[in-house]
Design a binder for this molecule. Structure first.
Ligand code: AMP
Ligand code: MG
Length: 408
């Protein structure tokens, strides 16, 4: 009998078989969460010119540098009033000031801005009550972005901050990696889909929907192929459709039962496949390989097993395809709150609830960890990664947790 395959070995095999997809151009408004396929190099400085950080008066520092400004304010002649969006036409000579707005370019001759709050205006003149250091209240050209610098690197995911920066750099279209298209097929005679009449003796096909959501969360496009009955011909036909996508994900039918035809059909289609018994729990039986150049995964049918194996194998492959720079979930260390014991032959992924208690990150399990207990995933915000060699955990032990959602 075939032995157990450690997860990291399976991950390595999947990784080596996974190629990054090509690029496409999208408009900036469609770019959120997409992965940049080009280095973004600044074509100009930002800000493009020295500009005022305040509403106030552009002055020459030489004119206002004095110690007793409050009792003996300097009086300057205001030679121009520049409204927002306009540029000064005059330059500031000794004894003069130009009134400007925040963001306005600094007029020639001036080297300092005095805030309006520290002045008092009357007809044609302004009194300055406070000394400002030379260059005060001026935002220098290029303080944010320098022309020629790489501001956002290829492989970065576009968040609101990057979207704003792309706009500053006048990029209304950007090159991004294509999103992996993932065909999803559930197998089993016992399954009924949501749009079918629901009989008492049927199990609702929940995997297709859970996996579709996981595909979307990982930045992919799910393509639902529905349910294949447990007959080789039916399975073959559906799989053939799925091969138009970048990845094919099946659930169910990979065990040793009489109606588990996935392996046979994969082989029939000429696939180079690995049929693993993974050294993890949940999620032991797993098929992976290439059929006609496309990645194909046969995940276990139990809802929790299919989700956990998707997390550990399909999601990283999708992220690599999609041009990401790292492929894992964030990992945090947390203080385990329970007792737990297991055999030392498998790595366990316990569904966990991360919480911050008195500024310490703690984690407890969601309760029953059976592979059919989908509420264990619903309650969880993390997967507690218990390595193969660990036999028991006690309250107070530190564990690594893969963060599934940011709410804790
Ligand atoms: P299998 O791996 O085909 O033996 O399936 C194992 C268990 O998972 C069975 O109890 C199935 O009813 C359940 N199962 C398989 N496929 C699905 C699915 N698409 N949705 C929900 N449960 C499923
Ligand atoms: Mg089945």
């Amino acid at each position: 009998m075939q032995g157990l395959t450690p997860l990291h070995e399976a991950q390595k095999t999947v990784f080596e078989a996974t190629k990054t997809l090509g690029l496409e151009k999208v408009s900036l408004l469609d770019a959120l969460d997409r992965v940049l396929g080009e280095d973004i190099v600044a074509a100009r400085d930002n800000p493009p010119w020295d500009n005022s950080a305040m509403d106030g008066f552009a002055v020459r520092w030489e004119d206002i540098k004095q110690e007793h400004a409050i009792t003996k304010p300097v009086v300057l002649r205001v030679i121009e009033d520049v409204p927002a969006g306009k540029v000064a036409t005059k330059s500031v000579s000794p004894g003069q000031a130009i009134r400007i707005m925040t963001g306005a370019p600094i007029p020639k001759g001036a080297d300092t801005v005095v805030k309006v709050e520290e002045t008092e205006s009357s007809e044609g003149t302004v009194k300055v009550f406070k000394e400002v250091e030379r260059g005060g209240n001026i935002r220098p050209q290029g303080e944010d972005v320098k022309k020629g610098d790489c501001i956002i690197a290829k492989g970065m995911q576009i968040r609101p901050a990057e979207a704003g920066m792309l706009a500053i750099l006048a990029k209304s279209f950007v090159l991004v990696y294509q999103r992996p298209r993932v065909a999803i097929l559930s197998t089993g005679d016992e399954l009924a889909d949501l749009d079918e009449r629901f009989d008492e003796d049927k199990i609702i096909n929940s995997n297709s929907y859970g996996i579709a959501a996981a595909v979307q969360e990982a930045g992919g496009i799910p393509i639902l192929l529905g349910i294949a009955r447990d007959q080789p011909a039916a399975l073959k036909e559906k799989i053939a459709h799925g091969l138009n996508a970048d990845i094919l994900v099946l659930s169910g039918g990979v065990s040793m039962g009489d109606y588990d035809f996935t392996k046979a059909v994969f082989k029939d289609l000429g696939a180079e496949m690995n049929f693993w018994k993974l050294a993890i729990r949940p999620g032991q039986p797993l098929a992976f390989g290439k059929i006609q150049g496309k990645l194909a995964f046969g995940l276990p049918g139990n809802p929790v097993s299919s989700m956990v194996t998707f997390e550990q194998l399909v999601r990283p492959a999708m992220l690599k395809m999609g041009g990401h720079r790292s492929y894992g979930r964030p990992i945090v260390q947390a203080v385990f709150q329970e007792k737990f014991s297991k055999r030392t032959d498998r790595r366990h992924f316990l569904r966990g609830i991360l919480r911050r208690e008195n500024n310490v990150l703690t984690v407890r399990t969601t309760g029953d960890q059976g592979s059919g207990i989908l509420t264990s995933m619903v309650k969880a915000n993390g997967l507690i990664d218990v390595p193969e060699e660990v036999e028991r955990l006690n309250p107070g032990d530190t564990v690594n947790v893969q963060v599934l959602s940011g709410q804790f």
